[in-house]
Unconditional design. Structure first.
Length: 337
């Protein structure tokens, strides 16, 4: 029923816990297609995979030259035999009921192309508060509508928690290699093409946060790469949904917001004004664009607002303010920070 796509590189320290959690699944009809993406640890990762394969025929191992995670995932998918494809990373651990519950969700809802689940943050929430807050936010997205709009804030599903229909993967396209995070690009592209996402409202994966995690060490996962990619898809979304296109009003006039807006401007989006609460900024012009007090926002229906403010608690306060002014998320405003 299920093929697990498991790309690994220099993962020997964490792999036993990952593989043990997969082999303990209550739904036993699965295979693990593990691709060693050119590990450099004197063969330890590959030997560990081969030892598991020798004990359990459901583990299939492919040794490959280092091409990156996108290529490793596509190689695994090309060899998969399951009706569903489940993602997993070598440093994460899943709950024994994960496959049973996600497969049941796909069986029950044929309109869904992929489902995720709630995840538990497996790092130090004090030392790495940003990741912990991301997981908290991620777990608030429970249905397709929330994830469809949430994708412009960040990836709406934890990648290793996802399970796809194999037919959807081939219809919508696999992973792309480029100067961007491959998982976020997949969600943006799939949702733009009309894919429907779901989420099992149970915590079925521990999403660990080791210091050498790719999102911490690879420049493709850096903020500039992330927002450049986002701007491409967001600009096309605005062209279809913003009745005032190409004009937007932007919440926040700080340097970080302006850098992100520059990526949008490269796609023809025009900023009417920045909205802020800092009296030192209000009344000024930034790049020829006025900075106005947020209370001077036009009535609902006369503007489309983008918010790039992502300080803890700020997105919720901004949404409350816009909602109180009659603005509707997805129709009159969008959070993109």
């Amino acid at each position: 029923m299920i093929s697990v796509l498991l790309p690994v590189r220099d993962a020997a320290a964490h792999l036993p816990a990952c593989l043990d959690s997969l082999l303990a699944q209550t739904l036993a009809d699965f295979e693990i297609v593990a691709v060693d993406d050119g590990s450099t640890d004197q063969g330890r990762t590959l030997a560990l995979l081969q030892a598991y394969a020798a004990r359990d025929a459901r583990v299939r191992v492919q040794a490959a030259e280092h091409q990156g995670i996108a290529s490793a995932l596509n190689l695994a998918a090309s060899q998969a035999r399951g009706r569903y494809l489940a993602r997993m990373d070598g440093d994460d651990v899943c709950h024994p009921e994960r496959f049973a519950l996600q497969a049941a969700a796909l069986d029950a809802s044929p309109e869904l192309d992929a489902v995720g689940c709630l995840v538990r943050y497996g790092g130090d929430p004090q030392a790495c508060g940003g990741y912990a807050r991301h997981v908290d936010w991620l777990n608030t997205l429970r249905n397709h509508g929330q994830m469809r709009l949430g994708v412009f804030r960040d990836a709406p599903l934890a990648h290793p928690s996802a399970m796809f229909r194999t037919s959807s993967f081939h219809r919508l396209g696999g992973y792309r290699q480029g100067p961007f995070p491959e998982d976020y690009e997949l969600w943006l592209r799939w949702l733009e093409a009309g894919a429907r996402l779901g989420k099992v409202a149970e915590t079925l994966l521990t999403w660990n946060d080791p210091p050498l995690r790719l999102s911490r060490t690879d420049p493709r996962y850096g903020q500039d790469s992330f927002h450049r990619l986002k701007a491409e898809y967001l600009a096309r979304w605005l062209a279809r949904h913003n009745q005032h296109h190409p004009v937007v009003w932007v919440v926040g006039a700080g340097r970080v917001t302006r850098r992100r807006v520059e990526h949008l401007q490269a796609h023809g989006i025009r900023v009417q004004a920045y909205l802020d609460i800092d009296p030192r900024k209000i009344g000024n012009h930034v790049g020829g664009i006025p900075v106005m007090h947020h209370r001077d926002l036009p009535p609902a229906g006369e503007a489309f607002v983008l918010s790039y403010v992502s300080n803890p608690g700020a997105p919720e306060l901004i949404a409350d303010f816009l909602n109180s002014r009659g603005y509707r998320q997805g129709l009159d405003y969008l959070q993109a920070g």
